[in-house]
Each structure stands twice: as C-alpha cells, then as structure tokens.
Design a protein around this ligand. Structure first.
Ligand SMILES: [Fe+2]
Length: 318
C-alpha cells in the first residue's frame, strides 16, 4: 500500500515551497529573467535578458522536441571537441550563420567613400614577413602571377605614405599556408609599406575559390540544409595607418564562382575587383613575372581616427 502523501506537498508551508510557482512555457522565461536581477554588470544583464528571451522564443516557436534538443547538445559538444589552437569551429558557426558579418556591419559603420570592412576569417596570422615594393607573396609555386597594386588614401583623397598593407591569400591548391604542411609558414603572406605617393604593389597569385573546412559540425549543418561550403576567390587585406582606423577587408575576384553565394556572406559590392588578363609581352609587365599574368588595381580609403581599432586575432581554422 502506498504511503500517505507528505504533508509538505499537500500543505506547503515552508519558505522554499511558497516561492515555487507552477512551471509552464509561460512562466519559465520570466523565472529565468528574474534570476538576473542580481547581476551587477548592467551590460551583461542586458545581454543575458535578451539572450534568454530570444532563446526561449526560438524554442517555443519551433516547438523544439527533446530529441532535437539532444541533437543540439551533441552538435555543441562536437564543436568544442574539434576546436583546438589551429581549428576554430565556433568561428565557422559564426561565419556560416551570418553572425560575423552582422557584428561587422554593426561595429563598422564607415562613410560610403571609405573602404568597407568584411570578415577577418580564420586564417589570419599576425606578423607576416615585411616585403619590399614589387616583391612576390608566394614562396613556392602557387598559381598564375597577379600584379596587385593601388594606393592607400585618406577619406579626403590625401595619399598616405607609410601605411601598412598586410596581405594573406590561398594558392591554387585552395589552401592557406596554415593549412598546407608542404608550404613554408610565410608563404602567401606579407606586409607591404606604402611609398611617398601612397602606392603599394606586390606579386600575388590569382586566388581560387575554396571550401571552408566542412568535415565537422558546421559541414554537417551545411549538407543537412542544402548549402554549399564555398567562398568566392579573394585576397585578404588589413590596412593600417597612423591616425586612421584600420580596416580588415577582402579584394574579391568579381568573376569568381560563388560571388553571389559566399558561404560566410562576406561579399560586398564595393569590394569586387577585376583581374585583367595580360600577355608576356605586355610592356607593363613587372620585373619578377615571367609569362602571362594578371593585374588588379585596388585603392584603399581609410577614415581618420584617433582610435586605430586594433584587431583581435580570434584564432584559426586549419
Ligand atoms: Fe579567405
């Protein structure tokens, strides 16, 4: 025979029982938000209240099942397990879900004439080798030579001498040096300093489109949702100059596949550039290039600022 139900339950009289309210989809959100009243950090409290509100709203809207919740936990666990000092799956999630570009858009409201920023991406490595005007970026064969040149200007059109143009790109094997065990670490990376007239120039290779690493949870999401993992061909650039706000941006090949469907949503119309086909006997052929080549001109326009907006390296994905 079952024992008599405890008096505590039938007649809740102690303080803890009196505080308890029925848990239902309508009350649980308010309960969690109320628990944040003790948070002394106002910004953190604002973020957490909003996070709980939207997270609970999402669960409510899709009527998340327990099985789906378990799948989500497994996916988050796998994301942590695959992430290490060379692979950053969390940034891939941020990129592939468009959050990186949303944060960039909110944080960098540049004037229209200034060079627009875009995602830093997971392959940036600080302290690339300093290279002179006209030098090669590639240290081993990596594709068709491309003369990349232009000027760094202030918003009012004044050329900026001594600006730093920090460049990194992938080769025709689709890989960055950090991903390629066969390549030197400094391959396809370099920092160039603008001349008195603000000009810079270097010999890159024509970049290829490449897939983001898709053998982890983000790749599973892409396949499950019918998305491809490809980025259109581009060259990464950070431009820094004293008294100006730094800009992390891309030079996109406007003729590349995937320009209209970049997996990380980073393409901006203003960043599209044309690679112009040049022949070996072209009189403008730079020293250091043999055979047929490409050229691409791209100026960078910076906004004057006391705050240079130093970039934080968020980690890499190999
Ligand atoms: Fe890239």
């Amino acid at each position: 025979m079952r024992s008599v139900v405890s008096g505590d339950v039938e007649h809740p009289t102690d303080a803890s029982s009196q505080r308890l309210r029925p848990t239902s989809p309508d009350t649980i959100t308010a309960e969690v938000i109320a628990r944040l009243d003790a948070c002394e950090d106002e910004r953190l409290a604002t973020i957490m209240r909003s996070l709980v509100t939207f997270l609970h709203g999402f669960v409510r809207e899709v009527e998340l099942t327990e099985g789906e919740w378990h799948d989500a936990i497994r996916m988050l666990t796998a994301t942590g397990q695959i992430t290490d000092e060379r692979r950053q799956e969390w940034i891939l999630w941020s990129d592939a879900l468009g959050v990186s570009m949303l944060v960039d858009a909110i944080g960098h409201p540049f004037p229209e004439a200034a060079t627009e920023s875009t995602v830093l991406g997971p392959f940036y490595v600080p302290n690339a080798p300093e290279r002179p005007y006209g030098a090669h970026l590639d240290e081993v064969p990596a594709g068709d030579p491309a003369w990349i040149h232009g000027r760094v200007l202030s918003l009012d059109g004044t050329p900026i001498a001594g600006a730093e143009v920090d460049v990194w790109q992938n080769g025709d094997n689709e890989l960055y040096a950090t991903q390629d065990p066969e390549a030197p670490e400094t391959h396809l990376r370099g920092r160039f300093t603008t001349r008195e007239d603000g000009s810079f120039g270097f010999i890159a290779v024509r970049p290829t489109a490449y897939p983001i690493p898709d053998d982890g949870p983000v790749g599973q999401m892409l396949r499950a949702t019918g998305r491809h993992p490809w980025r259109p061909a581009h060259i990464h650039v950070i431009v820094r100059a004293p008294g100006h706000r730094s800009v992390a941006t891309h030079i996109f090949d406007r003729d590349s596949d995937y320009v209209d469907s970049d997996v990380v949503f980073a393409v901006k119309q203003s960043l599209l550039r044309e690679f112009v086909e040049r022949s070996a006997d072209d009189p403008d052929r730079p020293q250091g290039i043999q055979g047929d080549w490409w050229s691409l001109r791209s100026d960078f326009v910076l906004v004057r600022s006391d705050d240079t907006g130093e970039l934080v390296d968020p980690g890499r994905t190999a």
